[in-house]
Ligand binder design. Structure first.
Ligand SMILES: [Zn+2]
Length: 320
């Protein structure tokens, strides 16, 4: 063949190969973007931070409602067990202080979770900037993120939770009296808080305590003995960060009687849930929920004897 003809054949093959490449299926990426979502609350900036999602074993964990009702509630919301449950935390920048409410699971829930620190950095903050860490309670998925390799993740922060909560989980004498599956929760709480205690940075508070200008603690016992919500107010805008008042919105908003086996005192947890739901609905509070689908920010609307969750409207630029 003439050398020019070879050239045409080779060029043809190259073009064909290039076209094939361009038409080949793009590989699926299968990951999400960084887990943070920002809103303004009056003068305060609030950043919801995702620690991860994990398969929540609803059918074994939810109590106080028939299994058929659980299945119906999930189906109505186009869900089926196990449902991926979010672990959310909330970072409040008041303009003078940086306050983190709950810290995710750290390494205690395995690979699903422990994403909080990466998401905090992706959101434009460093852990050294956090002035206060407020814990709603001392369960693993709220306290686990305060340490890494036994050291403080937030070395300049004061760590706070209610005194009742501290007295319960940090006292090993309570461990044998609790259900067996909670025994590692005592160990985790003690180990997580230890470096802050050693550094004299652990400062529990008592009762409905005013923590800082615009932040008030509100006792909501039952899920744990000292379970606490935080009410944040700026320019007459309110955010109720309520911790574990609701674990599965599809079930517990329609039937607030439904509890979870992690509730230390289920009747008290039910009372606290009804109180917090009615309060949020009546006062039109914005709610920050630890386990409602990320970002866990929304409103509660009363609907007869039931409640609805209305997620915040997405804003590309957070507006006051
Ligand atoms: Zn909990």
């Amino acid at each position: 063949m003439h050398s020019g003809a070879w050239y045409v054949v080779i060029l043809g093959i190259v073009i064909a190969a290039w076209s094939y490449d361009a038409l080949a299926a793009a590989p699926q990426v299968k990951t999400q973007g960084p887990g943070f979502y920002r809103i303004m609350l009056g003068q305060f900036e609030v950043t919801a931070l995702l620690d991860g999602t994990h398969p929540f074993p609803i059918e074994t964990v939810v109590e106080g409602v028939p299994k058929s009702e659980i299945a119906n509630d999930l189906a109505r919301d186009f869900l089926h067990a196990p449902v991926q449950g979010s672990i959310n935390a909330f970072l409040i920048n008041t303009g003078s202080k940086l306050i983190l409410i709950d810290t995710g699971a750290g390494v205690l829930y395995g690979n699903c979770c422990g994403l909080l620190l990466g998401n905090l950095r992706a959101a434009g903050y460093q852990p050294e900037q956090v002035d206060e860490v407020l814990l709603t309670h001392l369960h693993k998925d709220h306290v686990g993120g305060i340490i890494a390799n036994g050291a403080m993740v937030f070395p300049n922060a004061v760590l706070r939770t209610s005194q009742v909560e501290a007295d319960y989980w940090l006292n090993p004498a309570n461990k044998p009296k609790a259900p067996a599956f909670l025994s590692t929760f005592f160990d985790a709480a003690i180990a997580s808080v230890a470096p802050y205690v050693a550094a004299n940075r652990f400062k529990p508070f008592s009762g409905d305590f005013e923590l800082d200008s615009g932040i008030r603690a509100m006792a909501l016992p039952g899920h744990t003995p000292g379970h606490t919500a935080y009410l944040i107010e700026s320019d007459s805008k309110d955010l109720l960060v309520w911790g574990d008042v609701v674990h599965v919105a599809s079930i517990q908003l329609r039937n607030p009687t439904a509890s979870v086996e992690y509730d230390t005192d289920a009747p008290a947890a039910r009372r606290s849930r009804r109180f917090a739901l009615k309060l949020a609905a009546d006062k039109h509070y914005l709610v920050g929920a630890a386990h409602i689908a990320f970002p866990g920010l929304g409103h509660i609307r009363q609907d007869g004897n039931m409640y609805d969750w209305v997620p915040v409207n997405y804003e590309a630029t957070p507006a006051p």
